[in-house]
Design a protein around this ligand. Sequence first.
Ligand code: IMP
Length: 422
Amino acid sequence: MIDVLLGLQWGDEGKGKIADFLTPQYDIVARFQGGPNAGHSLHFNNKKFVLNTIPSGIFRENCINLIGNGVVADPERLKKEIENIADEGIDIKNNLLISKKTHLILPTHRILDAANEKSKGDKKIGSTLRGIGPTYMDKTGRNGLRMGDILSHDFNTKYNELVQKHLKLIQNLSYSDFNLEESEKPFFEALDFLRTFKLIDSEYYINNELKKGKKILAEGAQGSLLDIDFGSYPFVTSSNTTAGGVCTGLGVSPRSIDKVIGIFKAYCTRVGSGPFPTELNDELGEQIRKNGMEFGATTGRPRRTGWLDLPALNYSVMINGVTELIMMKSDVLSGLENVKICNSYKTSEGISDLLPFDIADKHIEPIYQSYKGWQQDLSKINSYEDLPQEFKNYCNLISEQTNCKLSIISVGPDREETIYRE
Ligand code: IMP
């Protein structure tokens, strides 16, 4: 069976830590969408690792890691990521599989990303500029190049044709701030490097492994509110970050999915532009950013911070069919006199607990309920019984309001700082 692990907010919920924590239960960890716009942080043995494209099971012995067809991969970044991991003595040549259908991010996709963002002016998405959007555009536009193509003798011809198309687009956007030759050298070196890896027909592989009874964890990237269909469009990423993306991004049947594990933070963050109803543009927001070290794992950008948003969380629970919840970074809210949760939104049309279609254009006033905060440092606690009552009340309330089991609580970045609740 496949269990799915995905973020329920705007990304950066802590999927890397939990994927790494859960991997001993799985034979295979598979990424099904997104690309190096993701940054999954793993902390263990007093070290921090950030994974962008490689699944988070890579540090566990005997765990196979699959980059699925739904992913877009940047060869140069992937090479660097592989080399960093190999430095840790990991047998990555055997433990990493890459789908032949994974789309390639070309240097010109990154340039196009920058050119598009620049042309949008103050309406820019706040993209990570990793070339994700333009690569998915070429995929749906049926122009893209895939990992399997690098094995073909006419790869360079296909590459040059696509680059010529891109250069015209870049010229139309009057963008000239790039040096293609400089980017192409490491790109082609990376292709030579990747040719020595296991590039496979991953849909056959994964279905065969399922037949053998292997346990698979599908690891999501970004968050449900950044989903191309259901996120706060147009301020979203370019893939289906929600549970539906697992079937198309790995080539598996919906019937093979068992648990859908949804991760959220005890508060909210967002990086990049776009609506954020519960955003705190004040000292408290700054305090949460500082305490939670809310700076992008991929780009280093400061993240916007705010209170927990229940209408948004419930929406994500619904879209994904979440079967259990994991709450992250609960320790960050320690020491506050009161904590708030948004229960509904007030707009010109009245009060509602549903996400409006035009969330990006509407003025939304969040309606909050305030609760007594907890004062203890949660990161030193290792059993649910020992947690402060005020914090347990917070957990109970979220579980009740989402109608979902809250099974795990994370109280710090380390593997060890994780508490089972149910
Ligand atoms: P893109 O996917 O790089 O084009 O970025 C589109 C939007 O999604 C921007 O607002 C990014 O900040 C956001 N985004 C993309 N990937 C992540 C992520 O892994 N975590 C949080 N936000 C992300």
